[in-house]
Design a protein around this ligand. Sequence first.
Ligand SMILES: NC(=O)c1ccc[n+]([C@@H]2O[C@H](COP(=O)([O-])OP(=O)(O)OC[C@H]3O[C@@H](n4cnc5c(N)ncnc54)[C@H](OP(=O)(O)O)[C@@H]3O)[C@@H](O)[C@H]2O)c1
Length: 319
Amino acid sequence: MITLNSKIFIAGHKGLVGGAILRTLKKKGYKNILTVTKKKLDLTNKKKVLLFLKKNKPDFIFLAAAKVGGIYSNQNYKADFIYDNLSIQLNVIDSAHKSGVQNLIFLGSSCVYPRDCKQPIKEEYLLNGKLEKTNDAYAIAKIAGIKMCQSYNEQFRRNYRCIMPTNTFGKNDNYDELNSHFIPALIKKLHKLKELKKDELKLWGDGSPKREVIYVNDLAGACVYFMRKKTKEDIINIGTGKDYSIKEYAKILSNVILPNIKVKIKFDKSKPNGTPRKVLDISLAKQYGWKPQFNLKESILETYNFFLEENATIKSKKK
Ligand SMILES: NC(=O)c1ccc[n+]([C@@H]2O[C@H](COP(=O)([O-])OP(=O)(O)OC[C@H]3O[C@@H](n4cnc5c(N)ncnc54)[C@H](OP(=O)(O)O)[C@@H]3O)[C@@H](O)[C@H]2O)c1
């Protein structure tokens, strides 16, 4: 039974998801939260991870540390993606077990479902087909993490569960040109237009692929909700169950970030579209009483304001 005094370790608390879990736990009054920076504890170091968990003995772990990136880095740094993610998972999950940690939530991802999955994607479709080539190393590592949780549950009766989020955006997102996901990439492009006083937004593909997104505060809320909830299943999809085309997102974000300008959206059809549709079936999460709450326009505006704050901090640090 988790109480406000339970010791909770968040691995990856400086990241997009881990940071939001930390804010959510604090807001809900949890008092005994354990965090450590990558500099102090590199989670790919097996010996150090085991020592850390044996010494600190948390009651609960959120495993939100991972090597994460967009298409470019997934494609070009496959060895780093598979090595880091496998190592982090092996070390944290096995050391959690060896330190007697009964409860753990592992962050999986909707991108580990097969490429040509039936839509909307149900949890049972995992491993039903071939993976997307561009991120197969990352996906194989994450699937191994899911299998590890399931195996420790079966063999040792642990309660290690996997939350499978759709594309996530919000505070602490990654805006790196080569590494970002599509919402932060759109935010950065639109901000650039604003700075340069231009009105033409250029995007890859024809704008037709449909994507689902979730605000990170809602995802963190789901992680904490399922930390407290007993479930029969050990994989739970978290998203909205609704998707929009890239063209629709481009229009929504343009209206939020450049409300006074009529942005002209130009598509470069010589560039690939990617998977035509990717949307999660979230009926399982709903059956357990969880549902998304965010408003897309409001959460984009909040995210843009965080982006402006982060930009201002970076600029003032450079001075
Ligand atoms: N973002 C999404 O759209 C999305 C969607 C679905 C699922 N997820 C899942 O959610 C989880 C978190 O993703 P995120 O977007 O929050 O990623 P993120 O912002 O990059 O955060 C990952 C965190 O892990 C830390 N980390 C990486 N390698 C480490 C190591 N060797 N030792 C210690 N810490 C390490 C990073 O620290 P540094 O910053 O210091 O490197 C960072 O704080 C991942 O498992 C991901 O698959 C994310």
